[in-house]
Write a protein that binds this ligand. Structure first.
Ligand code: ATP
Ligand code: MG
Length: 469
């Protein structure tokens, strides 16, 4: 992937895709700032001042990546990849260093991760043993899959509250990764672009285990980066509307990620009333939209672009609180969707992609576009892509609604499975969806505005309910 890069390569010779990969690791949580303060001139003075830092910070608001801009700027000198890797290593940004020089995976791993421990801290309090397995088992740690966790988490709880599981424990709690659906007595909850998700119980607490599969178009190497990225991202980003990770496993044939189980599955499945689940009311749909916008606002405020916002990645807990999932596992989907292969999954992701995202540009405004498609799904209950429909992509239906000569009205578009809507409210949400779907990214609202408009709608629903009481 990046074979030609060595320590002696000049930073200016790094290609765009490598720069973007570095940005994936360094933009979130402003980790690029740890790098910038470690860059010195030959004279020994810092190369960048606070003034420079502020200039790079300001780029975020324009949807640009401070890491990429920093590399562009630093690349005007004769600095090398070796210098950058040294800085990344000193800041314990090993996953980013690995993007440049894969060999540095021989780096020491925090002791706690060298062996998968049979002790599991599910609730982050007292350690409890899983499944009564007490005998120490030899644990082959895959040389290819090692989570590289950020430095600040290394003491004393190096997994930041995450647990490291034995693969065989996860096998046990999922009935050997029983592929039959739950309704047939199996454990399978669903399948996505990176693997299959199974339900299991740890100390009577339900969890969802995502077993990652290397695939033809995603080599194990790339999967490893995804795996590390997901863990690193979930360690630092915590919010009521983001999915909670419980732990991971990296000692078996497949890397696994373990998440809190979301009793009501995905928004995609609930809108489709899969397994005969009751339709979601308009009020509930609006609350889900607001919660999701809050999660996205948090991600964007932390300079994180999700890049795979879709109703399958909005999970619902037992109280239907939405939780955004998969914010680390996005690069490969974006890559796959730009291929010409039209598998069902690729079409699924394509159905949410902004024009600039299709060209590979990464900006928070592309998440806004995808969220616009989710709002159309919430309004209509229709699938985001359906090849048997005249307009294959849901986002295209808006042209029919807006076209005076076309018979399709907003009311026809609405999901007939919900009744409690008011015209003014659905009009507001529809008009917001259309602004989010503006082809020109600068014309789309920022997440703050999206959230405040949705909050207004929820307020009007609550006010109406009060009046009726
Ligand atoms: N924490 C969870 N709790 C309950 N169900 C889950 C959980 N995580 C995933 N699922 C179920 O498994 C399905 C597959 O999830 P997965 O993330 O692998 O695929 P996806 O979201 O459809 O696509 P992608 O791979 O692009 O994210 C989800 O749609 C959901 O139904
Ligand atoms: Mg997903």
């Amino acid at each position: 992937m990046n074979n030609a890069v060595t320590s002696a390569t000049y930073i200016r010779n790094l290609n765009c895709s490598t720069r973007r990969k570095l940005a994936d690791f360094l933009d979130p949580q402003d980790r690029w700032k740890d790098v910038i303060v470690s860059i010195y001139k030959a004279s020994g003075e810092p190369r960048y001042s606070q003034h420079h830092v502020r200039r790079f910070e300001a780029l975020v608001a324009q949807g640009r990546s401070p890491t990429v801009e920093l590399l562009n700027d630093w690349g005007t000198t004769n600095s090398t990849v070796g210098e950058l890797v040294d800085i990344l290593k000193s800041q314990k940004l090993l996953a980013a260093a690995h993007v440049l020089l894969p060999d540095i995976e021989k780096e020491p791993i925090p002791a706690k991760l060298q062996q998968a421990s049979p002790v599991v801290e599910v609730d982050g309090t007292s350690p409890t043993r899983v499944l009564g397995e007490t005998e120490a088992q030899p644990t082959p740690v895959s040389p290819i899959l090692q989570p590289q966790l950020p430095s600040e988490e290394s003491e004393p709880d190096s997994t930041g509250g995450f647990s490291s599981f034995f693969y065989h424990e996860l096998m046990k709690i999922t009935g050997n990764f029983d592929d039959r659906p739950m309704s047939d007595g199996g454990s399978r909850l669903g399948e996505g672009g990176f693997g299959t998700v199974y339900k299991g119980l740890i100390n009577e607490k339900p969890v969802a285990v995502k077993r990652l599969n290397p695939m033809e178009d995603i080599p194990l190497e790339e999967l490893r980066v995804q795996f590390n990225q997901e863990i690193q991202t979930l360690l630092v980003l915590k919010h009521e509307n983001l999915v909670d990770m419980v732990g991971f496993s990296c000692d078996g044939q497949h890397p696994c990620l373990v998440y809190a189980y979301m009793a009501n599955g995905s928004l995609l499945d609930r809108l489709a009333c899969l397994d005969e689940s009751p339709p979601l009311s308009w009020k509930r749909r609006c609350l889900i939209a607001v919660g999701t916008a809050r999660g996205l606002e948090y991600l964007h405020n932390n300079h994180h672009v999700h890049r795979d916002v879709k109703s399958a990645n909005i999970l619902l807990d037992e109280a239907f609180v939405p939780k955004i999932s998969d914010f680390g596992l996005t690069r490969a989907s974006a890559k796959r969707s730009s291929t010409t292969m039209m598998t069902e999954r690729i079409v699924g992701t394509r159905a949410y992609m902004a024009p600039e995202a299709l060209r590979g540009e990464i900006t928070p405004r592309s998440d806004i576009f995808s969220f616009g498609v989710v709002l159309l799904e919430i309004l209509s209950g229709l699938a985001p892509a359906d090849e048997n429909r005249e307009q294959q992509f849901l986002m295209e239906l808006r042209y029919d609604i807006d076209d005076e000569d076309d018979d399709l009205t907003l009311e026809d578009f609405l999901d007939t499975k919900m009744r409690d809507w008011e015209l003014a409210q659905v009009e507001s949400v529809y008009s917001l969806a259309c602004s989010c779907l503006n082809e020109r990214k600068i014309r789309r609202p920022a997440i703050k505005q999206v959230l405040s408009e949705l909050e207004e709608v929820v307020k009007s629903i609550s006010l109406k309910a009060q009046v009726q009481q």
